[in-house]
Design a protein. Sequence first.
Length: 182
Amino acid sequence: MPGSGTLIELGFCTRAHGLKGGFTFNLYNKDNSVLTEGSVVTLFPNSSNGSISSICSEGEEFKISKISFGNKVIVYLDGILDINIVEEMVPFVIKVERETFPVTEDDEYYISDLVGLNVIDPITRNELGKIYGSYDNGAQVVFEIELKNGKRIDVPFVGDFFKNIDIEKGEVELILPQVVEV
């Protein structure tokens, strides 16, 4: 059974690599991945493409024995030495415990740590809503915010909008984008 910490999704796998038990990981952020040799990953079956994985639906932990980054992220897991086993496991989602992430600098944040924070107007200090998700549009991270009135908006994670982040207080100061009507 997986550990009791908060699990953060890092990517997914749909393909084997080679004949000796390798996996091709598709990571959401392979350039700054927290995965290394010795990392423990929790794998969850992903049946969105219609396949059935042999991985337990509650997730199963595996230790990375070898990982290489390049055009593809190639991973070998302890005890998996055969393409037939790999093909029985895929597709799956890759998660790791948040506690295993490296400590950040004072002005750095993990995107996953901002999801769930209250959004505050920096001038009035009124609560505007809450961050409920995020995605990367290729140019920057975009936060999905649910306003108190129920409306949902997407705001790019740039300094023009996000003025102050206080993880301990559980809030983010946000200047709402102005909508131009023509």
